[in-house]
Structure formats: C-alpha cells, structure tokens
Write a protein that binds this ligand. Structure first.
Ligand code: SF4
Length: 337
C-alpha cells in the first residue's frame, strides 16, 4: 500500500490497482422494465439539468484518456441507444489521441438500425443483454414483448462488424435457470460470445436474495450436462469474466461471478454516471462530483486531480459478504454495467 494519491499519471488506488477501463452511463432511462432491475412504472429519473451534455461527456472522457491512462471506454445506461447524441459522442471519443477501445452495453432494441452508423463512428464491439429465448418469458421478464427486436439487434451488430458480439445473461432460480444450455447452443450457432452474470444486489427495489441467485457452480454444472468445458488458456487479466473453451474450443463461454467468485483484487474499472459523478466501484456507497467542478470552470488538470483523489479511496472490494454490507442507493439503471 502506498502512502498518498498520485499527483499525476494514472488512476491508482491504495491497493495498487490501476483503473484503465472507464464505464460511462449515458442515461438512467430505459425502454425495458426488467424485473430484476426496476419496477414496472419505472423510476424517478435523474433531473434533466443535472445530466451531462454531450460535450461535457466527451470532455470528461477526454480527460480520462489523455491525462489518466484510460484505454477502454464502455458506454452503458439505462439504455445508451436511446441517447439522441450517441453516434456523435462515439465519433468524438474515437477521435481522441491515444484512441481508446470503445464498446457498448445495450439491451439491443434499435441496434439493428443504429449498428452501421455506430460502427462508422468508431464503435468497436457490443455486449447485448439477453436472458431468455422464449418470447413469453421475455415479455414477463422485461415487461415488453421485444425479443424479436433484441435478436435483430444481435444480427445487426454482427453484420455491421461490431465483433466479438457478446451476450450477457442473468439467470434466476425458477425463472430462466433452465435455459443455460439453450442460450449457449444459440450463441454457438451464431458466433456470439456468451457470458452468464450472477445476479447482483443492485436492483432499485432492493429485493435481491442470495437464495434465488444462480451461482457460477450451478451454471457450469448445467452446461456440463451438454458441453465439455475446459479452462481457457488465455490470460484473464482484469477481465470480469472467467472463461472456458466449449467442446475443445475455439468457442468460449464465460461466467461473471461477482458474488461467489469476486475478482475485485484485479479490478481496473472506474465509472462516470450520467449526472457527472465518479463511482470507483459498482457497489460504492460514496461518489465524487465532477459535474459541479466542470461547470464552475475547472480546467482539465483539476478534473484529473479530483478523479485521482476519488480513485485513491476505492475500497478493496464490494463487501457483499460483509454483515455490514449496504446496497448502494443509486440503482443499477443509473450506474450502468
Ligand atoms: S465489485 Fe467493485 S471492486 Fe469489485 S470488480 Fe466490481 S467494480 Fe471492481
């Protein structure tokens, strides 16, 4: 452990980790109402005046890339595809020197239409959320009958060259946990890279229950009923997903086991919310305001300094197993993946 926050260079924390992967939430709004994320009526959305404008987002991403050593930028939400200025934001970030790798986490609705423009603007790849292949079950889980749109979005992303196209699936006990092999069969048939994500305590309703969470061990056991899984020889590094070769490879499947196999020790993520707050962790209960300083005229060096100081205070891990664990008040839909 080193003594004080760095006064220049990268986003280092007191545990020696360096954040190079910036997740930017472009909106807290979404066009789906997933039961494990928000109530049917939606949420009290972030007030408009508090939301960062397109130029403000590009400026802060620029500070991260040019002054803080960020090399990966992932746009998230809510649902980032509903942000009107998305293509322009991607193009401006792609023009940064050094150029970061740019990805997007989306529910896929409208992606078939937007994929060519996003690719042309500089988007490199996408992660699409898909928890079921059953149209009725999809409508129950998301409260919208839009499965066909998501499947169309996946195909549109692949056709536009936004590859590898990754699928994020959350399994819930007694809801869709019977679909693990089917989802993998689907991904293999289309050349998509599937990762299962353990459900995390980040829902707006604070209804998360460890007993209904499907664990990594259970997911792997379910897959092994049909597939031969062998450990992936590729270096994992700070990647959230643990991966396996399927039937000898080269196809892979991944599991992001934040709860039962936490990977916080190698975490390289930092987050910017749609209203200009720095979150050092998905589960952070404290945030640092950059919007105020930015609008008060702070220069890029000052914004960078504040970001370094915030990162320095990052906790060792999410603390979900800690009896004193407190779920963040900010819901997942306003944090982003
Ligand atoms: S829970 Fe927090 S510290 Fe752990 S890997 Fe996720 S963002 Fe990083």
């Amino acid at each position: 452990m080193t003594a004080a926050p760095p006064t220049d260079g990268v986003l280092a924390d007191r545990y020696g980790r360096v954040a190079r992967d910036l997740r930017v939430s472009l909106t807290d709004k979404c066009n789906l109402r997933c039961t494990y994320c928000m109530p049917a009526e939606g949420l009290a959305w972030l007030p408009g005046p508090q939301l960062l404008g397109d130029d403000e987002i590009v400026r802060l991403v620029g500070v991260a890339v040019r002054l803080l050593g960020v090399t990966e930028v992932r746009f998230t939400g809510g649902e980032p595809l509903i942000r009107p200025g998305l293509v322009g934001i991607v193009a401006a970030v792609a023009a940064l020197e050094p150029r970061p790798r740019i990805s997007l986490t989306t529910n896929g609705i409208g992606l078939d239409r937007l994929a060519p423009a996003l690719r042309a603007a500089g988007l490199d790849r996408v992660n699409v959320s898909l928890d079921t292949l059953d149209p009725q079950r999809f409508a129950r889980l998301t409260r919208r009958p839009r499965l066909a749109d998501v499947l169309g979005g996946l195909a549109g992303a692949a056709a536009a060259g936004l590859t590898p196209v990754k699928i994020n699936s959350v399994l819930m006990r007694g809801v869709n946990d019977d679909e693990a092999p089917g989802l993998l069969r689907f991904a293999l048939a289309h050349g998509y890279e599937l990762r299962f994500i353990e459900q995390m305590p980040l829902d707006a309703q604070h209804g998360w229950d460890r007993r209904t969470m499907v664990t990594a061990d259970e997911i792997l056991a379910s897959l092994r009923g049909e597939f031969d899984l062998t450990p992936d020889p590729a270096e994992r590094g700070a990647a959230p997903a643990e991966t396996w070769l399927v039937d000898g490879g080269p196809a892979r499947v991944g599991v992001i086991a934040s709860v039962t196999r936490p990977f916080c020790g190698d975490c390289d993520r930092t987050r910017l919310t749609a209203d200009g707050q720095i979150r050092t962790c998905l589960f952070a209960t404290e945030e640092s305001d950059l919007r105020g300083a930015l609008r008060a005229g702070a220069d890029d060096d000052e914004l960078a300094r504040r970001w370094r100081v915030a990162t320095w205070e990052k906790r060792a891990g999410h603390g979900i197993d800690d009896p004193a664990f407190l779920q963040p008040t900010r819901p997942m839909s306003a944090i982003g993946g």
